[in-house]
Design a binder for this molecule. Structure first.
Ligand code: UDP
Ligand code: MG
Length: 314
């Protein structure tokens, strides 16, 4: 059985077309399937549209109590899947559902545990692509796994990888990267990328930065190391400055040193800046530790809607 998991946040304009295309694709595969829509606290009536789909084959709806963000919404969907192969995709039709059979085929034929996809000819604005570039570069550094495109959510997973992801209890998460921890064999295939069908992207710059930060702090201690390097360089610079000032004082006399007051100010500001920088990063980690130790649930499911099973021949 194949389970599709689709996070939905204010996507009312896209849902009917999405549903139509999904049904067409899934029926052509001639395999049992379920389509799990996770309503991530939409406020535009998406949930009502989704409820209208109940009764159509395989449709299940997970209603979250509030907006938790794309990755936690997917996680909520993961927690209720029944299939042995799980495919995630976006609700905005940027990932064409027609690629699902190819993903599943690659997963099964190649005996892979995760099959990703990269967006050939990506249809996003230049400004939206830059953060993704940075993100891909950093992710490569952290995971040492070469994938062309980490941001593309059209991905297929084997059930055990999904189960392991669900059982990892961290609060902040980035699903494609988390999966690399558990998957033995991974690959990726090219997919088309369309313009958003309707509505607008839910990722502003702020959300992108926060996602990037989640990724960085939940999968690496790199920022802490940077801190150490910056600190070391700053203190070496500070000591050398001190020695330099001392020598200049001997050669040019006390009068010269008085004019150095401003230099000292400059140095002071430099260090204060460094300290604030360091504290900021430490604060981020401590904040995250605080978040984790509270052990709040990552998502809270209000209700799962689905049609009771009816046997076809009755
Ligand atoms: N999404 C979500 N919760 C959020 C933000 C987004 O469930 O808080 C869903 C959204 O409905 C879509 C997918 O995540 O299905 C990707 O979002 P979007 O298209 O806005 O991101 P982009 O394509 O710009 O990266
Ligand atoms: Mg999108």
């Amino acid at each position: 059985m194949i389970s599709l998991v689709i996070p939905v946040y204010n996507e009312k304009e896209n849902l009917s077309l999405l549903m139509e295309r999904l049904e067409k694709v899934m029926q052509s595969m001639k395999r049992p399937y379920e389509i799990i829509f996770v309503d991530d606290g939409s406020r535009d009536g998406s949930l009502e549209i989704l409820k209208g789909f109940i009764g159509r084959q395989g449709v299940r709806i997970v209603e979250l109590t509030r907006n938790y963000g794309q990755h936690r919404a997917i996680m909520a969907g993961f927690s209720v899947v029944r299939g042995s192969i799980i495919v995630t995709l976006d609700a905005d039709l940027q990932n064409p559902p027609e690629h699902i059979p190819a993903l599943v085929h690659t997963l099964e034929e190649g005996d892979y545990e995760v099959v990703g996809s990269f967006r050939a000819l990506r249809q996003d604005s230049f400004l939206r692509k830059i953060p993704s570039r940075i993100m891909n570069a950093i992710t490569l550094k952290i995971t040492k796994v070469r994938m062309t495109d980490w941001g593309c959510m059209l991905r297929a997973y084997r059930r055990r990888v999904v189960d392991w992801m669900v059982s990892s209890q961290e609060y902040s998460t980035f699903i494609p990267v988390l999966a690399t921890l558990f998957a033995k064999r991974m690959t990726e295939i090219p997919v088309e990328h369309a313009n958003r069908h309707g509505g607008k992207s839910n990722y502003g710059l702020r959300k992108l930065i926060s996602l990037q930060f989640d990724l960085l702090t939940s999968f690496s201690e790199f920022p802490l190391k940077v801190l150490l390097y910056v600190g070391t360089v700053l203190s070496i610079a500070g000591v050398s400055f001190g020695i330099l000032l001392g020598i200049a004082r001997i050669f040019y006399g006390a009068e010269w040193a008085a004019y150095g007051v401003f230099t000292l100010f400059a140095i002071l500001f430099f260090f204060v800046g460094g300290i604030f920088f360091a504290l900021g990063i430490m604060g981020q980690y401590i904040g995250r530790i605080y978040h984790e130790v509270r052990k709040r649930p990552r998502f809270t499911i209000h209700e799962v809607y689905e049609c009771p099973k009816v046997s076809l021949d009755s």
